[in-house]
Design a protein around this ligand. Structure first.
Ligand code: EPU
Length: 334
């Protein structure tokens, strides 16, 4: 099952030329268990990979990449017009969203067209247009990497926050997601208050019109991964103290913000980067995407070093000008 010395240039969305020592697809929890057993016997490091849409391979990956192709789907009705939909981790995220929309299941339509897989959505807590994966995740099915036992964890136990979960912090490397159970509604329920979504959708929303509007907005702002390599938003939007924000507001009265709570404010990194005129600037084969400066693209022959250097230069200038530290959303894989 394990393929050795694999070219993974097109197995991650940045499309930066690189290799992995080993790669394996698995189609069931049992196959995953066997692979983990073999990795242990061979003393191979390993890492799960979905579509590779949030990864920057800094060099050749000297371990085993584990790629789920589990595409099961189990639907359980509940008694309050909701359903529990358990989807295998290998579903392409947007295929899953399209399926939910076609079945009349409400909850994930705002998350249309996000690159990645169902498994990764639960780790990363993907979000867009006012909805986050954790709003609709009920529980996560996992395989523990040390005991090789299966377990299920409720979403409420995962410390979900903006683009984060315990899977990325305290539990890093401890589990591999094998399926995610979503709690979806059979009754119409829309979230349309983010940005210009409501005006793009129009007066009579339907599940498909919301999905189409989200796809339209994303296509205008974000590069198509198969045309121009990238990992979506390169940085997370920084959350700063309200005092800091109030000071900046004196100098930048038009600076947009989202209130997080009474003490904290989230600032769009896109605005900070745009304000410092980074759009379209490049370093080697890496470029700040002109339509959305939060995205760094591979113009064709980028090396990881170009991307890292450009990201550091951007972060440095944001810090010097605003005193704000912006951190990558993208995972650097060494
Ligand atoms: N802006 C500018 N100049 C620009 C673009 C944006 O000043 O060229 C400012 C505008 O004020 C705009 C604000 O930045 O209102 C925010 O932009 P946008 O609504 O496009 O959202 P974002 O903060 O850039 C986040 C997510 C996206 C998600 C959108 C929509 C993060 C890191 N990114 O982007 O997620 O699609 O909101 O919900 O939170 C991703 O994670 O890969 C991703 C694309």
């Amino acid at each position: 099952m394990i393929q050795e010395n694999i070219d993974i240039t097109h197995r991650h969305t940045f499309g930066i030329a690189t290799e992995a020592k080993a790669w394996a697809d698995y189609n069931s929890v049992d196959e995953l268990r066997q692979l983990l057993q073999e990795a242990k016997e061979r003393d191979l490091t390993f890492m799960p990979i979905g579509e590779g849409s949030n990864l920057l391979f800094v060099r050749r990956y000297d371990g085993l990449l584990l790629h789920s192709t589990i595409k099961t789907l189990n639907v359980t009705p509940t008694d309050n017009n909701e359903i529990l939909v358990q989807a295998g981790s290998g579903w392409i995220w947007d295929d899953f969203v399209a399926h939910c929309v076609s079945q009349g299941w409400y909850g994930v339509e705002n998350l249309s067209y996000i690159p990645g897989t169902v498994g990764a959505s639960a780790v990363q807590n993907v979000g867009a247009y006012g909805v986050e994966a954790c709003d609709v995740i009920d529980s996560i099915s996992l395989l523990a990497t040390d005991t090789l036992k299966e377990c299920t964890i409720k979403a409420s136990e995962c410390n979900y926050g903006y683009r984060t979960s315990l899977f990325k912090t305290d539990w890093k490397g401890m589990y591999i997601v094998t399926a995610v159970t979503f709690r979806l509604s059979l009754n119409p329920r829309y979230t349309l208050d983010y940005g210009n979504l409501r005006s793009v959708v129009g007066d009579t929303p339907t599940l498909s019109s919301v999905r189409e509007a989200v796809i339209k907005i994303r296509q205008q702002k974000l590069p198509e991964p198969n045309e121009l390599g990238s990992a979506g938003s390169f940085f997370v939007n920084p959350v700063i103290a309200r005092e800091h924000y109030n000071k900046l507001l004196e100098k930048y009265p038009n600076m947009p913000h989202y209130d997080v709570d009474t003490d904290r404010v989230k600032i769009p990194a896109a605005w900070l980067i745009d304000h410092l005129e980074w759009k379209g600037k490049s370093l080697g084969g890496a470029m700040v995407y002109p339509q959305q400066p939060l995205v760094i693209v591979n113009t064709g022959n980028a090396r990881a070093g170009h991307v890292v250097q450009l990201a550091q230069d951007i972060a440095f200038s944001v810090f010097e000008n605003f005193g704000i530290i912006i951190t990558p959303e993208v995972n650097y894989i060494h």
